[in-house]
Design a binder for this molecule. Structure first.
Ligand code: CA
Length: 672
């Protein structure tokens, strides 16, 4: 548990922008946490604004408020209110107002008075459009933000969740480099640009994604966050794990953050362009904490309610960002469920990655997937199955890895596989399977079966979890690096200072060969395919573009590596044996072979597994820094992957028997 906590802590402490004081850790025996259990809740779907040209209706839930004022403004920023209305107390703790005129294009805020105190103005937590820096909500007709042909936007086909290959990308990093070839650098609109090239003529941008062959683009926070002043998008950099308005796109990624409709339309244009190129879109969602605590939209609407408190009545801080939200409370749960439904329907988003998902409760996550299923059963949900620090939420309710078994359709990241392959995330020099560290074979096998149950694994020897934790392979994300910590290339360099670059690249290729030939859902960090470097920066959440940007010159510099990744992805997509949809099928078709060699793990996929065109597939990974004499079962084998590359038609043949397998390499032989 310590490792899990620390993993999140490392991320949380450094990645969020909290200026909050750390909570006093002293405990006392009396429980001073406020209780909200007796409050009325509201289950209607009209919280926030309901707009028609004839009238605008407003509703806010704040059951203990003494008064709520609505203020109407001409602009999203600056100027005095042109109209003020008192909301009337209505049913179930809500307050309402109605203005019978066409307010399209105007902006508004709510101001709540509670316990004799007037709270800061807020656009309201249900705001769907905001002006500059998310301070005021905008009144608009959402239909007017639909891009051309939006009604005919079609999601690319997806048969099984295990067919998904995720590509984790930050909106700005994607196109900000001078060599990206994009006109709309750093913006949502860069995703709509086809035909972009780097200086040496290779495809960049969306053409690059298509060429690489990934199926889903997973975008780092793209909802509205605090850290970037939207009128000065080039002054600072941030990943965006500091939520402000959950139901609105971030303004600094739009071409005009002053006009509330622009960011909405451009986000939709991005989704449409990705869909048109056969790519689905995942949003990184961060409901587990808000970027600020006092003055947040939650606290400006109904103080304390949306956050958990410790026994002393102070904000609990499982996110290590100053607060944690309370998904187990009815109106927070409703908020999360409605928010993801809104993104899925209004923006046609195809799935969600939940930051610090362990802060959320199992019931909420199950309700989310049940509701998303009604919209489209191919929408995909996954998250970080850990927390950054302690929480009052009982462990059995936390949506952590060990409780994935209680989650119906939610996946979690496998840090077991990740750290087994490359080395421990927090130990700079920590080595892994691909850099010759022994004792990790069972952890690698755990990853190969995507954290499911398999009779040939000794779970007591797995690095972190001591039991399988996924019901199905679709519940496990296999990966070797992401935005957190070193890039794969940097991690391999830092932990193997004596290794030549040629050997680093061999380790890199073996690492992702392991990810992409394992069961489960594959995930790669943007730029891994061109040896992305952050120049040794292991936590780049506020680092400048020079550290974070995808440097498209590397596509030329590492063109052999890129070709390898592309072929590897094609291999996975061409062969269903590598992405079996159920645990039953894995148990039936996947057999580990006894290699009797440390740091050599092998398995077969037999009997046209998953309907594969190959009758039998033999996969062996050699993580040793020296070649190894292995025994290949007798048979008419065709070599399709070895240290020289990948060729599905044939790289040669093998009759079985003793074989010298190259150092730091993978080998795949097939019987057709
Ligand atoms: Ca913002």
């Amino acid at each position: 548990m310590y490792k899990l906590l620390m993993m999140g802590l490392f991320f949380g402490l450094l990645a969020c922008n909290s200026k909050e004081q750390k909570q006093d850790e002293k405990t006392n025996t009396t429980n001073n946490a406020p209780s909200f259990a007796e409050l009325p809740t509201y289950d209607g779907s009209d919280l926030g604004l309901t707009y028609t040209p004839a009238q605008s209706s407003f509703r806010i839930w704040s059951p203990s408020a003494e008064a709520v004022t609505l203020k109407i403004y001409e602009k999203g920023d600056g100027g005095e209110a042109i109209k003020q209305e008192s909301l009337k107390k209505a049913e179930n703790g809500t307050w309402i107002a109605q203005i019978n005129e066409d307010l399209k294009g105007k902006y508004y805020t709510f101001q709540v008075k509670i316990d004799g105190k007037t709270l800061p103005e807020t656009p309201g937590i249900y705001a769907k459009a905001v002006g500059l820096d998310g301070k005021r909500a905008m009144i608009l007709d959402l239909k007017s933000t639909d891009p051309e042909d939006w009604a005919n936007d079609k999601k690319p086909a997806l048969k099984n969740a295990t067919d998904i290959i995720l590509y984790e990308l930050h909106v700005r990093d994607f196109s900000i480099h001078k060599n990206s070839g994009a006109k709309n650098k750093g913006k949502f609109l860069a995703f709509t640009e086809k035909g972009t090239k780097n200086a040496t003529g290779q495809a960049t941008g969306i053409d690059h994604l298509k060429e690489l062959g990934v199926t889903h683009v997973h975008l780092l926070p793209s909802f509205d966050f605090y850290s970037i002043e939207e009128s000065k998008p080039n002054e600072k950099y941030n990943w965006g794990y500091d939520p402000q308005n959950y139901n609105v796109p971030e303004g600094s990624y739009s071409s005009n953050p002053n006009q509330g409709e622009v960011r909405i339309k451009e986000f939709k244009q991005m989704v449409k362009a990705l869909h048109d190129q056969g790519l689905r879109v995942i949003m990184d969602v961060v409901y587990n904490h808000t970027g600020i605590t006092e003055g947040s939209n939650f606290n400006s609407e109904f103080p304390q309610y949306y956050y958990r408190q410790n026994k002393e009545g102070k904000y609990s801080d499982a996110s290590a960002c100053g607060n944690e939200t309370a998904s187990d409370r009815a109106m927070m749960r409703k908020y999360m469920v409605e928010s993801v439904k809104y993104w899925a329907t209004e923006y046609h988003v195809d799935g969600f990655r939940f930051d610090l998902m362990g802060i959320h409760d199992v019931e909420t996550m199950n309700q989310i997937t049940e509701e998303l299923d009604k919209i489209d059963p191919t929408l995909y949900v996954y998250g970080e199955g850990w927390l950054a620090s302690g929480t009052p939420l009982p462990e059995e309710q936390q949506a952590i890895k060990k409780n994935v078994l209680k989650l119906k359709k939610v996946a979690a990241f496998s840090d077991e596989m990740r750290d087994a392959i490359k080395g421990h995330w927090s130990e700079e020099k920590g080595q892994g399977f691909v850099s010759g560290k022994t004792g990790l074979d069972e952890s690698v096998k755990f990853g190969i079966v995507a954290a499911t149950q398999h009779s040939q694994i000794d779970y007591t020897k797995v690095n972190y979890s001591k039991s399988f934790w996924a019901n199905q392979p679709s519940q496990t994300i296999n990966y070797v690096s992401c935005h957190d910590n070193h890039t794969l290339f940097d991690k391999l360099k830092v932990s193997n200072p004596e290794a030549s670059e040629a050997d680093i690249l061999k380790m890199d290729m073996l690492a992702n060969t392991m990810v992409l030939t394992s069961q489960g859902v594959s995930f790669i960090h943007a730029g891994e395919e061109m040896a992305r470097t952050k120049y040794g920066e292991h936590n780049s959440y506020v680092s400048p573009d020079s550290i974070n940007q995808l440097d498209w010159t590397r596509k030329n510099q590492y063109k052999d590596l890129f070709a390898y990744y592309k072929n590897l992805i094609a291999l996975r997509k061409n062969h269903p044996a590598f992405r079996l949809p159920t645990t039953d099928l894995i148990q039936k078709h996947l057999k580990f072979i006894e290699t009797k060699l440390p740091n050599v793990v092998g398995f077969t996929l037999e009997d046209n597994a998953g309907g594969d065109s190959w009758k039998k597939i033999l996969v062996i990974y050699n993580g040793n820094l020296k070649s190894q004499k292995i025994n290949i079962p007798a048979g008419n084998w065709t070599v399709v992957l070895n240290e020289k590359g990948i060729k599905e038609s044939s790289l040669g043949t093998n009759k079985g028997g003793e074989f010298e397998m190259a150092s730091i390499s993978a080998l795949i032989l097939v019987q057709k």
